[in-house]
Design a protein around this ligand. Structure first.
Ligand code: ZN
Length: 256
């Protein structure tokens, strides 16, 4: 009886807070529940599935130098290595196994809409009112791509000492990109790019550190038109742009 009453209370509070009873079901696992996504098993090398893919999206910013992590739902050595780097960066035991400690850290770092704590969909959308349509991929794909970028940006931000990193340009519709004079095949049109500035770290520091966090495109100081921001993108993971996947980095003034 007490359990029922307590359960009803939780449901009632949730309804009061959230305005919908549907989400109250999530109270079944109090220690692990998260309003964005909840993992229900420990993941390690050899496992596969949608939950592995969700993990990969969140640790994709920790693949190591000049590398990117495949978001393929298969937990292999590269996923384990990225997970170890994530764990180490956040003060956890770096065992390459995703269990309660790892999940608790991810839950703490992410918002209710699955974006990381320090970046948002609004910040990643240049059109603001235009949403995610009008680019070179569907709105659904552009938004999903932007989410993946944000998790890499969160890793980059963390590695730069948790100093604020500002996205001055993210996803662009074709008309928005034209008005900005962007390249016709810009990764911004796919939700795969971000232009960055910071009042706390230099542009060169951003560009140099970005090499370790899954960005296959980096352009900064010394590259034409990039003296006042650092452009990062994930072109090597873009299968929609008709361009052979590879890395392209240039920031000559920063030794890149
Ligand atoms: Zn850019």
């Amino acid at each position: 009886m007490r359990r029922t009453q307590a359960g009803c209370l939780i449901v009632a509070v949730l309804i009061a807070v959230l305005g919908t009873p549907v989400l109250a079901v999530a109270t079944a696992s109090p220690a692990a529940a998260d309003e964005c996504y909840t993992w229900t098993r420990t993941l390690s090398q050899g496992t596969s599935g949608a939950d592995v893919r969700q993990l990969q999206i969140r640790i994709a910013g920790w693949p190591g130098y000049h590398s990117c992590l495949a978001i393929d739902g298969a937990f292999g050595p590269a996923t384990a290595t990225a997970l170890k780097r994530f764990q180490s960066a956040y003060g956890l035991v770096a065992d390459g196994i995703a269990g309660s400690a790892t999940y608790s850290k991810i839950y703490a770092v992410q918002d209710a809409d699955c974006t990381p704590a320090h970046f948002s969909y609004a910040e990643m959308d240049d059109d603001r009112v235009g949403g995610w349509s009008g680019g070179k991929v569907s709105a659904t794909t552009a938004k999903a791509n932007a989410l993946r970028q944000m998790w890499k940006l969160e890793a980059l931000r963390h590695a730069l000492g948790n100093n604020p990193l500002v996205v001055t340009s993210g996803f662009r519709s074709i008309s928005c990109n034209n008005s900005l004079g962007g390249a016709s095949n810009s990764q911004h049109l796919y939700g795969m790019a971000a232009d960055l500035v910071s009042s706390y770290v230099s542009l060169c520091r951003i560009a140099q550190e970005a090499r370790y966090h899954g960005f296959s495109g980096i352009f900064g100081p010394g590259y034409p038109g990039h003296g006042d921001h650092v452009h990062v993108d994930s072109r090597a993971e873009n299968d929609d742009d008709g361009i052979a996947n590879g890395f392209s980095w240039s920031a000559p003034n920063c030794g890149i």
